[in-house]
Write a protein that binds this ligand. Structure first.
Ligand code: COS
Length: 382
């Protein structure tokens, strides 16, 4: 159920103020320390950010997709590493459970996910299953009332803090591609589950990705999410939604970068006049603004469509493709407008330039989005 307009405005205003007053002032330090301070994480919990998308009956805010995207846009105005703290709880780590969990599974975990007491991770990617996510090799072998998991996952966001993983594992080794894959809710404390040290990354310091390995991890069959063999579809539907959320964050980062460019170009003088008075600079601002507006419209229109119950595989892929490529171009122009100041660390522009690069890769690379868009368009006949 949608929020009434006044409550929606209050929520967005609250997030906007939190981002401006609490997150932006510390983003450089977070990047330097590669950590979001614990007290800020506690404030995020207090504001309900871990439970944005969790239904109200389980203690979350129960936002619909349009509302979640509006919040995502606001979150994009600070370093995307902050959003990552609770991003898996809002998106890929929880939504399999929300969409496909049994009532008992939901009752067991969703309240903790909504409060932030439980951090979740989504474990699909493997060394040999990245874009080809149906090629999962991690095995789940049925043994009595349990499944025994063996294998390894790669680049798993928030795995270091997670206490619950949604794991895609192959239950039928004879089935080709995704059809032999099932999804499991795997608590962190099961013996045999190991999480590696975080990877060193190009950007988004403060957000962490890890390898996760399973060595004879015994998972009760009760923890299976959906039917055997349905795991790939669970993952794809979770990603349809996740892609839209990421697109909204891209819009927020772009809008913030445009505002930063306008402020800098209005102040910085060359040839005796502010940069903003030069038409070549104006052209860059115009291109960025136009593209950001187009992405905003696409994201929110797709979110509203999803809220009607319609399938948005095509539209979400288009939003992810366009918004992630768009923010890359906007960040590149921002470096150009800032000039030398865009290349040095103090102004934060080079940091955002690095931060946004991953948007074109994770939750499906641009090439995968094109593949999905083409397939769906051909299927629909136009
Ligand atoms: N919603 C529901 N079902 C879906 C679906 C979706 N969005 N996408 C695919 N499926 C279903 C298909 O309908 C098909 O079902 P049937 O076997 O009943 O016909 C099944 O899943 C297999 O689909 P498909 O044949 O399209 O699988 P492919 O292996 O050819 O390709 C791609 C799937 C490439 C699109 C997929 O692997 C993908 O999205 N890869 C990128 C993964 C990704 O985003 N990784 C990021 C890591 S998570 S941060």
């Amino acid at each position: 159920m949608a929020l009434d307009l006044e409550t929606r405005e209050q929520l967005i205003d609250m997030v906007r103020r939190f981002v401006a007053e609490r997150l932006r002032p510390i983003e450089a330090k977070v990047a330097e320390d590669d950590a979001v301070p614990a007290e800020v994480v506690e404030e995020m919990k207090g504001l309900g950010l871990f439970g944005l998308s969790i239904p109200e009956e389980f203690g979350g805010l129960g936002l619909n997709m349009e509302e979640e995207c509006l919040v995502g846009i606001e979150l994009g105005r600070a370093s995307p590493a902050f959003r990552s703290v609770f991003g898996t709880n809002v998106g890929i780590g929880s939504q399999g459970l929300v969409m496909f969990g049994t009532d008992d599974q939901k009752a067991k975990w969703l309240p903790g996910i909504a409060s932030g007491e439980i951090v979740t991770s989504f474990a699909l990617t493997e060394p040999e299953a990245g874009s080809d996510s149906g090629a999962v090799q991690t095995r789940a072998t049925r043994d009595g009332d349990d499944y025994v998991l063996n294998g390894g996952k790669r680049f798993i966001t928030n795995a270091g803090k997670a206490s619950l993983f949604t794991v895609m594992a192959r239950t039928n080794p004879d089935a080709k591609g995704g059809s032999g894959v099932s999804a499991f809710l795997v608590p962190r404390d099961l013996p045999g589950l190991e999480v590696s040290k975080p990877e060193k990354k190009m950007g988004q310091q403060g957000a962490h990705i890890h390898d996760v390995t399973f060595d004879n991890v015994r998972v009760p069959a009760w923890n299976r999410l959906g039917e055997e063999g349905e795991g790939f579809k669970v993952a794809m539907q979770v990603l349809d939604r996740g892609r839209l959320h990421i697109s909204a964050v891209c819009v927020g980062v772009a809008e913030r970068l445009i505002a930063d460019c306008v402020a800098y170009a209005s102040e910085r003088k060359q040839f005796g006049a502010p940069l903003a008075s030069f038409q070549m600079v104006q052209a860059m601002i115009a291109d960025s603004k136009t593209e950001a507006l187009a992405a905003r419209a696409l994201v929110l229109e797709t979110a509203r469509l999803r809220d009607t119950g319609a399938g948005v595989t095509l539209e979400a892929a288009a939003a992810k493709l366009f918004a992630s490529e768009m923010v890359g171009r906007v960040a590149d122009r921002a470096v150009q407008i800032f000039g030398g100041a865009g290349y040095v660390a103090d102004y934060g522009i080079e940091r955002l330039y690095r931060d946004v690069r991953i948007f074109r890769i994770y939750e499906g690379a641009s090439e995968i989005q094109k593949l999905v868009i083409a397939r769906e368009t051909l299927k629909r006949g136009g």
